[in-house]
Design a protein around this ligand. Structure first.
Ligand code: GLA
Length: 337
């Protein structure tokens, strides 16, 4: 590998089920997709890090450099180039992929030792929380970092244990459909949900909503928020079970139930998303739901292979997670030719 020029790739993610559970220390079942963000760094003289393709004073780059320094890694002067084949604002976590890819490349170009997966995920989460003002949980970063070909990963956000779950869909495919709705309310709405969950946990006297068992005494809408979190955690393990049994009708029903809960109890759907969910249903989906933070973005649906998904639906499957890209070895020279 040319030590002066290093590339890293971090994929976006799909979350099969387990939405708005990560920051409540619950369960999620994401996988890394094949599309993602590639960052190339090339050493240059001086100490500046320049990124001609990013906005001046880009929060992600500023955050990545500051957080790496705080972790004892001093990125050298370099030129950064960012390339992405992930649709932006579609709920596939392009911002987490950018953070992970940036941090991987800035670590490697200075010759520093790679961070351990969980440490890397938390560092990237701090970049989003403290430099862009979105209080994301750890779902997107862990999904991008821990991705494996052919497998989703069951994440327990309390213990941070991860367990690969083979995603053998038989005669079915998963696809995402962009609702086309701009996620303008996403940040404020997302942070407001986090605040409601904090308040509900406080009123219930539990450390996090992972421990909630009862919510009937809570004021509205906190009672509904808790019901979503508790039932969504149950749906994650039910989905793992359905996958292990190859029961796709049950998996489809769980996606539908998750959607209803996110729409009616968690209030994160919008009319464009409802239309996208309906369109998937009309095209023969076994189940469909809003994915990611909500307030727009993409819908995830499970289709029989022979179905004809709505136009624009993008098939998705699990791929390998974030990594520094090694160059293919040079072809050996023929001696004496
Ligand atoms: C966004 C956040 C994640 C997670 C999801 C909802 O994608 O970045 O941390 O909270 O929303 O499940």
């Amino acid at each position: 590998m040319d030590p002066h020029r290093i590339r890293a790739f971090a994929p976006g993610r799909v979350n099969l089920i387990g939405e708005h559970t990560d920051y409540n220390l619950g369960l999620c079942l994401p996988f890394a997709v094949g599309m993602g963000v590639t960052v190339t760094a090339e050493l240059r003289d001086g100490r500046d890090i320049v990124a001609p393709g990013l906005p001046d004073d880009d929060a992600y780059l500023r955050g990545a450099v500051a957080e790496l320094r705080a972790a004892g890694v001093e990125p050298p002067g370099c030129t950064i180039e960012v390339d992405s084949d992930l649709p932006q604002e579609a709920g596939l976590s392009s911002s987490a992929a950018l953070c992970v890819s940036l941090v991987l490349v800035l670590t490697a170009i200075g010759g520093a030792q790679a961070l351990a997966p969980i440490e890397l995920a938390k560092l990237c989460q701090r970049i989003e929380n403290e430099y862009t003002g979105v209080e994301t949980g750890l779902l997107d970063q862990l999904a991008s970092i821990l991705g494996e070909q052919g497998r989703a990963v069951r994440l327990d956000m309390r213990t941070l244990e991860s367990r690969p779950v083979t995603l053998d869909l038989g005669e079915h495919v998963l696809a995402v459909l962009d609702s086309g709705s701009s996620r303008s309310l996403a940040e404020s709405g997302y942070n407001a949900r986090r605040e409601e969950c904090r308040r509900a946990a406080e009123l219930l006297g539990v450390e996090s909503l992972r421990d909630a068992t009862e919510w009937s005494g809570l004021p509205e809408p906190l009672d509904r928020r808790v019901r979503h979190v508790v039932t969504e955690n149950q749906r994650v393990d039910a989905a793992v079970h359905a996958l292990e049994e190859g029961n796709f009708a049950a998996l489809g029903e769980l996606l539908d139930a998750s959607h209803r809960s996110l729409r009616d109890d968690y209030d994160v759907s919008v009319p464009e998303v409802e239309r996208a969910v309906e369109a998937c249903g009309e095209a023969g989906a076994l189940g469909a739901r809003i994915m990611g933070g909500g307030f727009g973005g993409s819908v995830l649906a499970l289709f029989p292979r022979e179905a004809d998904p709505p136009r624009g639906a993008l098939p998705v499957a699990p791929y390998q997670g974030a990594r520094v890209l090694r160059r293919p070895p040079r072809a050996p020279r023929r001696v004496g030719a």
